[in-house]
Design a binder for this molecule. Structure first.
Ligand code: ME8
Length: 516
């Protein structure tokens, strides 16, 4: 069986999740579900990045322990995934004892291989971003120094362990140039080379000696491992925590397709440092890194001080998880920044889900009830060219959609599903079953209903990774058995012969736009 492993970034436990976290995680969930329905053995991981100075500072401010803070926030993230029907195979937390041990072991390996050395670290540092800021990127305002995201930065000088990343500079440039890891969109490669793999590229500082809340270095108890080495290793430690054989199965096997999903601000850690760490540890490289754009709002980047942070829990209460999933997968570009719009979410819900998908289900069930005694007719071809040509349209769709799924371009998958829906609507309008009935062309009418039911079966199957709960409801309304829900069965036109359909119920209620 072909294998597929997909990860999201592990999110900082310092705050609550917003729509950006929801977007990446839904996207990973959707891609993983798509791969699964076309026959892959998939593993999907997400989780929490729970160490570092930011956590320490916030815990102190809230007068609770760091552990209490990360426990509290990780529950909120987990609840969000449940409410959004995101179902990871594993939810990793970097405070997990087995993860910490894994990180310590890998540090020791790197240390014994002499990829790590102790030196003095002098740098400008952003605690919010947990990263060093090179001089070029410092923004000075009113005599204070800020990073490009507007956080105030500090100067620090302390002893630190460093990873000899500079030794691998030429190697990583070659990896990126030769697409040994496919970076999507490819334009990010040039950005990485221009902005980071230049004369200012330095060895990576991987420890702090003034931090309490971090993984202890066994070789030197005065130091804690600095967040990025700890965090990046989750992609392998998570597998090993889950099952002893999973590192071999989902990582070490060259045939496993490994995909990391993240957005542009942390591309450098995933596309430069992570491959170098893997190389130093003799692990294979990921197959693809998808670095999507940001969700912004009409007032610009989301920020607490502007008060424009979009809360996914509020959206779930208003619209339900399927509509949010669908809107995000259709309207948020996987490449460029996109503006979040609640107005567009409502429009998409009404137009695509009520008037189109929901209506197709309702209409098809209505036609079966009216003309075929609530039973899907037996699949039997007639000479009617319009009907035969629609059968070919469906076959074309199923062969094409599998290729599109393998590109992992969810925007494109939704486009193809929308085309299928339009074809189904035109099929009804052009062939007018009510006329076939009036003209007593019963064989054509039965063939029409069989094709229509098959096309809807295929539509429900291929929309199911996005509309997780409504697709189940639609499947049940048709009375399709559960064991038909496989890529092999879905392509057989006679698999739903003589199935008695259930009553149709409205799947999506229209939402009135809030005019304020
Ligand atoms: O960076 N639009 O965690 P983080 C789209 N712990 N996606 C967004 C977004 C937005 N406006 N804002 C955040 C970290 N995201 C580290 C990662 S991984 C080894 C360690 C998503 O909580 C996007 O996927 O800041 C981004 O990369 C991630 O959340 C950053 O989450």
């Amino acid at each position: 069986m072909k294998k597929f492993y997909i990860s999201t970034p592990i999110y900082y436990s310092s705050g609550k999740p917003h729509i950006g976290h929801a977007y990446t995680t839904i996207l990973a969930d959707v891609i993983s579900r798509y791969k699964k329905i076309i026959g892959y053995d998939t593993f999907f991981i997400t989780g929490m990045d729970e160490h570092g100075q930011k956590i320490e500072t916030i815990a102190k401010r809230e007068n609770i322990s760091c552990q209490e803070l990360v426990d509290k926030n990780s529950l909120i993230f987990e609840k969000l995934w449940k409410d959004l029907q995101v179902e990871p195979n594993f939810f990793i937390r970097t405070t997990n004892e087995k993860h910490k041990k894994f990180v310590q072991e890998k540090f020791s390996t790197l240390y014994s291989k002499k990829f790590i050395y102790l030196d003095n670290w002098v740098s400008l540092y952003c605690i919010q971003c947990e990263e060093d800021i090179v001089d070029k990127k410092v923004v000075i305002k009113d005599d204070k120094k800020y990073c490009e995201h507007g956080h105030e930065i500090i100067s620090r000088s302390e002893e630190s362990y460093f990873l000899k990343t500079t030794e691998f500079k030429e190697w990583i440039i070659n990896v990126l140039d030769n697409q040994e890891i496919v970076i999507d969109p490819t334009s990010r490669v040039l950005e990485l080379k221009n902005n980071f793999l230049n004369d200012e590229f330095r060895d990576l500082s991987i420890s702090r000696n003034n931090l309490n809340w971090g993984v202890e270095i066994k070789e030197d108890k005065n130091h804690k491992i600095y967040v990025w080495l700890d965090a990046l290793l989750n992609y392998i430690s998570g597998l090993s925590i889950c099952n002893d054989s999973f590192v071999d199965k989902y990582w070490n096997d060259d045939k496993t397709e490994i995909v990391h999903l993240l957005s542009k601000e942390i591309t450098r850690f995933h596309c430069i440092y992570w491959p170098i760490i893997l190389k130093m540890l003799n692990y294979r490289l990921p197959s693809k890194i998808i670095s999507h754009g940001w969700i912004i709002t009409s007032q610009g980047k989301m920020s607490k001080s502007i008060g424009n942070v979009v809360d996914p829990f509020e959206l779930i209460n208003k619209f339900g998880s399927d509509s949010i999933r669908y809107y995000l997968m259709k309207e948020i570009s996987m490449i460029n920044d996109s503006t979040f719009s609640e107005d567009l979410l409502v429009t998409t819900h009404n137009a695509d889900l009520c008037n189109n998908f929901g209506n197709i289900i309702n209409r098809t069930l209505g036609l079966i009830n009216k003309y075929s005694n609530e039973t899907i007719p037996k699949y039997s071809r007639t000479e009617n060219n319009d009907l035969v040509s629609f059968e070919n349209t469906i076959i074309d769709f199923t062969s094409k959609i599998e290729k599109t799924i393998n590109t992992l371009d969810v925007n494109l998958i939704v486009k193809e599903i929308n085309i299928l829906e339009n074809n189904i609507n035109s099929f009804i309008e052009i062939n007018k079953p009510w006329n076939l009935f009036k003209e007593n062309k019963i064989d054509d009418l039965m063939y029409f209903l069989s094709l229509l039911s098959n096309s809807v079966k295929i539509l429900i199957f291929y929309i199911s990774p996005i509309l997780v709960s409504k697709s189940k409801e639609a499947w049940e309304q048709f009375g399709f058995p559960k064991d038909l829900f496989t890529i092999i069965e879905i392509n057989k036109f006679d698999s739903i012969d003589n199935i008695k359909v259930n009553n149709s119920k409205i799947l999506f209620e229209r939402i009135e736009k809030n005019e304020n």
